[in-house]
Design a protein around this ligand. Sequence first.
Ligand code: ADP
Ligand code: MG
Length: 249
Amino acid sequence: MAANAPAQALLRMRGIEKSFGVVPILKGIDLDVAAGELVAIIGPSGSGKSTLLRCINRLEEPQAGSIHLDDVEITGKRVNLSTIRRDIGMVFQAFNLYPHFTAERNVSLALSKVRKLPAAEASERALAALEQVGLRHKAKAFPAELSGGQQQRVAIARSMAMTPKLYLFDEPTSALDPELVGEVLAVMQEMKAKGQTMVVVTHEMAFARQAADRVIFMDEGVVVEQGTPDEIFRYSVNPRLSSFLRNYR
Ligand code: ADP
Ligand code: MG
């Protein structure tokens, strides 16, 4: 590569199309995410946000287009799914913790089973990840003994412990009582401050405004607008975006 070649984005999506049956859901999505960037995706329910994230970690297979993470073509025919899942951490609306395991065990499980780390090392890394989300003191607690916000922080720690290159968040605070949303968003802000690369589907407009480097507005399977938080929240005159944002005022 030439010394002055522009930095290549970590995640590169080109012309992504996805239909379910005959219904087109993603209609040609192009999106780049640079290393260290936090990209927020906003848009009405049903616009294809979750489907897009699911294409990125190959929970769904697009019918057209390509997705690259670093040098790996995620959409490649012979791609190793376990490599993708190792490099991409996903945090869902539902935390999906194992109820019969402690917080520590929930975090260390994949380190032992997938990464094959020795028990002591897996436990050490799990505790370090719990520390990062402010929950080391809850290592021995079971999910039912934790608040929803704490459970989601454990789920984030579980992703962190795997040290992925990219984090995908799909409405991570939507299942939480309003008073618990802030603690989860604070953890995500800290991750960004540490230089993590994050794609976050969210209904938290204040978060998108404060934390995102770039905001993507999706509607009906296309990227309608994208820009800095100011460009999206202050200066855009796009009628679909304006009408969407009116519901949040
Ligand atoms: P969003 O996350 O923006 O709310 P989704 O990506 O979840 O939107 O869904 C977009 C559209 O695709 C919706 O109409 C939804 O019903 C449809 N859809 C999503 N997953 C499937 C599936 N597995 N089979 C059929 N339709 C689906
Ligand atoms: Mg969704």
